[in-house]
Design a protein around this ligand. Structure first.
Ligand code: TEU
Ligand code: CA
Length: 561
């Protein structure tokens, strides 16, 4: 694929901003849109091309914005519609593309649509959500219409409403009722809202739990057998609820809507718009979201297996090989190591910075679109917060009776607050997130002295400097941002090696994920190090023995051969 021909979303790097925790501009302890604008230059310096902004729309914030009460307005603590427009424009002025986060599956139960829908069985919005009569036990106790479980598995997908004396579907949490996407007015209203944001220049959207949007019309039971989807264990097989044909068809309908806005000029806000789906399923299912029966759908889907995998050469090699086989060009894998729901990647590797540097090298040099979560670039870690102190509603459902000692030992954090602490800009008590005398909405992590943008910006050996170097290289070299990937044979099981190539441009990447120093023989006489995880990674040129690279334990190198 040649450089010029590739649309921006194929060659970009995405950076996830979680607004509540990014930067607080007005000293109320809550991050906001003006705070994001202030720090856009950090993202330019980092070298990313696109920002994905988690929801900042009007919301009671019971699920920190993933419970929307009005898609067309901004939550007052985050700013105003003007601020949202300024964010789009200021990002564009710096050459950054902007993805907003669309929660299409559900609204807040405080959304006026739901308040009306719940009020009777006959109101104008009575069918805007998925309502159903239940069953009753012989003793008279009410039972939901079927066996469907919520995406959290431990709770049922149906919630009882006393007002309507009916059940409503809630695929995630009880206060997030599922919209009825079969209703023409719902579709029209949602598509119009999407057009409004596209009209303001948004370059596309990240689509929240997209796979849960439409369930079986006849409400047939799910297969009760447990299963695994996208690395997530499930207590039942979601054959009637997840990734249904109708949901996959909706991807195509949405694509048609965003395509209306594709302009002729490939500049931020003027070119092609992109859709990135949060979907979980087999490769076959994920591919159907991209194209189904020849009809284009989403542009990209997250591949979460890498995030969920334990650090290890063999595991990662196998995953890279399978992604290459399952998502060959023109498809692209989307690599992600962490997000606002999952364990920080540095914590996943036991706080070992060398391993984090290896992960950074892989993420930024693999074929596909890398997604970086705010703070990942400075090595932010989970900050332990006991379940009973959680803001996050999820522990209240999934970990009600879990003893704290057991919670502490889990790798996957149940309390998502732990990965959402304030972004660390400086070493000050308020970490440059908020004034020092203000209490931020979540506590600051204890590692602020070393893990902050300020100190790492001036330290050439920092993780931040490595990310900058890698992303600069990625943007510069067609092999890295647009090239093919070929796995190279390695002499040691601890090594991962691949070559990226685009026309004449080739770049080789080698990583040692073992506990011993290993040598990688290139087989050619000349070579150069383009980037390395540390000074102790050395390249030796030799006519007879060939060029070889010394790789200390948990190190990586990007090479020109
Ligand atoms: O997440 C959906 C999802 O499936 C998970 O990542 C989920 O958060 C995790 O399994 C719970 O432990 C999306 C958003 O990313 C998440 O923040 C929202 O809470 C959720 O949808 C509901 O909108
Ligand atoms: Ca604020």
């Amino acid at each position: 694929m040649s450089d010029q021909a590739a649309p921006w979303w194929k060659t970009t790097t995405i950076y996830q901003v979680y607004p509540r925790s990014f930067a607080d501009s007005n000293g109320d302890g809550i991050g906001d849109l003006p705070g994001i604008i202030v720090h856009l230059d950090h993202l330019v310096d980092l070298g990313v091309g696109t920002i994905w902004v988690s929801p900042f729309f009007a919301s009671p914030q019971r699920d920190i914005g993933y419970d929307v009460a009005d898609y067309r307005s901004v939550a007052p603590e985050y700013g105003t519609l003007d601020d949202a427009q300024t964010l789009i424009d200021e990002a564009h002025r710096r050459g950054l593309r902007v993805l907003f986060d669309l929660v299409l599956n559900h609204t807040s139960d405080e959304h006026p649509w739901f308040v009306e829908s719940r009020s009777s069985r006959t109101n104008d919005k009575a069918d805007w959500y998925v309502w159903a009569d239940g069953r009753t036990w012989p003793g008279g106790k009410k039972r939901p219409p079927n066996n469907w479980r919520s995406e959290l598995q431990v709770s049922k997908a149906w919630q009882w409403s006393d007002e309507r004396e009916q059940w409503y579907l809630a695929s995630f949490l009880s206060f997030q009722p599922d919209l009825n996407w079969r209703h023409p007015e719902v579709r029209t209203e949602m598509f119009d809202m999407i057009r409004t944001w596209l009209g303001r220049g948004v370059d596309g959207f990240r689509l929240d739990i997209f796979g849960s949007i439409m369930q079986d019309l006849h409400l047939r039971n799910n297969d009760p057998r447990p299963t695994l989807t996208g690395g997530i264990p499930r207590l039942q097989t979601p054959n009637r609820t997840l990734n249904t044909d109708e949901t996959i068809a909706l991807a195509g309908d949405l694509r048609a809507v965003v395509d209306e806005f594709t302009g002729d000029i490939d500049e931020p806000g003027k070119g092609e718009r992109a859709l990135l789906g949060e979907v979980f399923g087999s490769p076959e299912v994920l591919r159907r979201y991209l194209t189904d029966g020849g009809r284009p759908g989403l542009h990209l889907v997250f591949l979460f297996d890498f995030l969920a995998a334990r650090y290890g050469a063999k595991r990662y090699r196998d995953l890279i090989v399978s992604f290459e086989e399952e998502f060959p060009a023109p498809m692209l894998p989307t690599y992600v190591l962490e997000n606002h729901d999952r364990t920080r990647s540095l914590s996943r590797v036991g706080g070992d910075l060398d391993k984090a540097r290896v992960l950074a090298t892989l993420l930024c040099t693999l074929r596909g679109v890398p997604v970086i979560y705010q703070g990942q670039e400075i090595g932010m870690t989970n900050r332990y917060i006991p379940l009973r102190e959680a803001n996050d509603p999820v522990p209240g459902v999934v970990a009600k009776h879990l003893p704290e000692a057991a919670n502490k030992r889990l790798t996957e954090r149940l309390n998502r607050d732990e990965v959402r602490t304030p972004m660390q800009w400086t070493a000050d008590p308020g970490v440059g997130f908020c004034p020092d005398d203000v209490t931020p909405w979540l506590p600051v992590n204890d590692d602020r002295i070393t893990r902050n943008v300020d100190i790492q910006s001036t330290d050439p050996t920092s993780l931040l400097s490595l990310y900058r170097e890698l992303l600069t290289l990625r943007a510069l070299r067609p092999a890295l941002h647009a090239g093919s990937l070929r796995m190279l044979t390695v002499e040691s099981d601890a090594l991962i090696a691949y070559e990226r190539a685009d026309g004449d441009d080739t770049v080789t990447v080698v990583a040692n994920l073992g506990d011993d120093t290993t040598v990688y023989r290139t087989g050619v006489s000349k070579g150069a190090l383009l980037s390395a995880t540390g000074d102790d990674v050395e390249l030796f040129e030799g006519e007879r023995s060939g060029t070889h690279v010394h790789l200390p334990p948990h190190s990586a190198a990007v090479l020109e051969l």
